[in-house]
Design a protein around this ligand. Structure first.
Ligand SMILES: N[C@@H](CCC(=O)N[C@@H](CS)C(=O)NCC(=O)O)C(=O)O
Length: 210
């Protein structure tokens, strides 16, 4: 038992983002499973922690912290001396820009549609909504191409070191790279292709996503 608890199911990309920063910062924590397909996230007790019923939520120092953005910021500052955010103002701003693109433009088509339709629904015995899949290709491609223009690092997104932006994008790539539309949405993103080849086999990535 530790005094840090992460609520959420480890299949969630946002939970994995939190796990990546916690592990990279070598923080011991417990994970309490809160499922999203069985309604755990909408129970009264969980809604008291997170009024929007999303995962993850972190309990630490007697406080409850939700939103991956807040969790990754806190963990990075508290336990890693800020090393997972670039010092340079422009690179740090680019990091937040990539995170914002992921949250606002990539997650919905790439995770809520391509991942759920191709990888989750068949495992639940449900039919794939092909129209939804077709409709998610262009917005996924647009978001990835926008991120591509911001990649200045090697082998990581912004430098030679992992940042919180990598921790957001890795769990999404872990799923979307397994979908039949991956090649199609990645036609114009050679830097992201190289990035994914470099980071996918890192021990940290295998530990959390593998
Ligand atoms: N803005 C939230 C988003 C978190 C989020 O969307 N989590 C997904 C799982 S990856 C979830 O809780 N889905 C459940 C639902 O929407 O009912 C954050 O940054 O933490």
């Amino acid at each position: 038992m530790t005094n840090i608890t992460l609520y959420g199911t480890p299949i969630s990309t946002y939970v994995r983002t939190a796990q990546l920063v916690l592990s990279a910062a070598e923080v011991d924590y417990d994970i309490k499973d809160v499922g999203i397909f069985n309604g755990d996230n909408l129970t009264d007790s969980y809604l008291k922690k997170h009024p929007f019923g999303k995962i993850p939520t972190l309990e630490i120092e007697g406080e409850t912290l939700y939103e991956a953005n807040a969790i990754t910021y806190f963990v990075n500052e508290k336990f890693a001396q800020g090393k997972f955010a670039p010092d340079d103002l422009w690179l740090q701003s680019r990091m937040y820009q990539i995170i914002s693109i992921i949250n606002n433009y990539l997650y919905a088509p790439a995770v809520s549609v391509l991942t759920i339709e191709n990888l989750v629904k068949p495992s639940q015995g449900k039919e794939i909504d092909q129209a939804a899949v077709e409709g998610a290709i262009a917005p996924s491609k647009t978001a990835l191409e926008a991120i591509e223009t911001l990649v200045t690092g090697d082998p990581c997104l912004l430098s030679s070191e992992l940042t919180i932006a990598d921790f957001y994008l890795i769990p999404i790539f872990f799923y979307v790279s397994k979908t039949p539309q991956f090649d199609q949405i990645m036609t114009n993103t050679p830097k992201l292709k190289d990035w994914w080849e470099a980071v996918r086999s890192l021990d940290l990535v295998q530990e959390i996503c593998g």
